[in-house]
Write a new protein. Structure first.
Length: 135
C-alpha cells in the first residue's frame, strides 16, 4: 500500500465502521438484540481494519485483525489493552449471536455493545487523527 492508498483505505474502512454502527442502532430501535451484536462487532472490526490500513497492514482474517491490533497498537501503547479486550469480546459475542442458538442477548446487552463500539470507534478516530496513529 502506498501512502495515499493507506489513508484512502483507512478512511473507507472507518466509513464502513460508521455505517455498521448506524445499522446496529437501527436494529436496537427495532428490538433485534442479536442483530445488534453482529453489527456492533462489525463496526469494531472495520475500525480495527482502518487502524491497520493506516499503517499499511492488511489483515487476511478476523482473527488476524485482532492479533495485529494487539501487535501494532496495544503493545506499542497507542491503544489500551481494555480496548483490545472489548474488540475480542465483541468478536465472541458476534459469533455467539450468529451461530449459537442457545445464546441470549437482551436489549440492555445490545445497548452496552453499541456503547462499547462507540467508545472503540472514538479511540480509532483519535488515533487516525493523531500524528503517531498514522505512522
Amino acid at each position: 500500500m502506498t501512502g495515499k492508498n493507506k489513508l484512502r483505505n483507512a478512511a473507507a474502512e472507518l466509513e464502513r465502521a460508521n455505517e455498521c454502527l448506524r445499522e446496529a442502532q437501527t436494529l436496537l430501535a427495532s428490538s433485534f438484540a442479536y442483530g445488534v451484536a453482529s453489527r456492533a462487532y462489525y463496526a469494531v472490526f472495520h475500525g480495527t481494519r482502518a487502524l491497520l490500513f493506516s499503517i499499511g497492514v492488511e489483515p487476511r482474517s478476523h482473527r488476524a485483525a485482532m492479533s495485529l491490533l494487539g501487535e501494532h497498537f496495544v503493545k506499542t501503547g497507542l491503544l489500551s489493552p481494555a480496548m483490545a479486550r472489548t474488540a475480542a469480546r465483541m468478536q465472541r459475542d458476534r459469533e455467539d449471536a450468529d451461530y449459537m442458538t442457545e445464546a441470549v442477548f437482551t436489549l440492555e446487552q445490545a445497548r452496552e455493545l453499541i456503547a462499547a463500539a462507540q467508545g472503540f470507534l472514538a479511540e480509532v478516530r483519535g488515533l487516525l487523527s493523531s500524528p503517531q496513529g498514522a505512522r
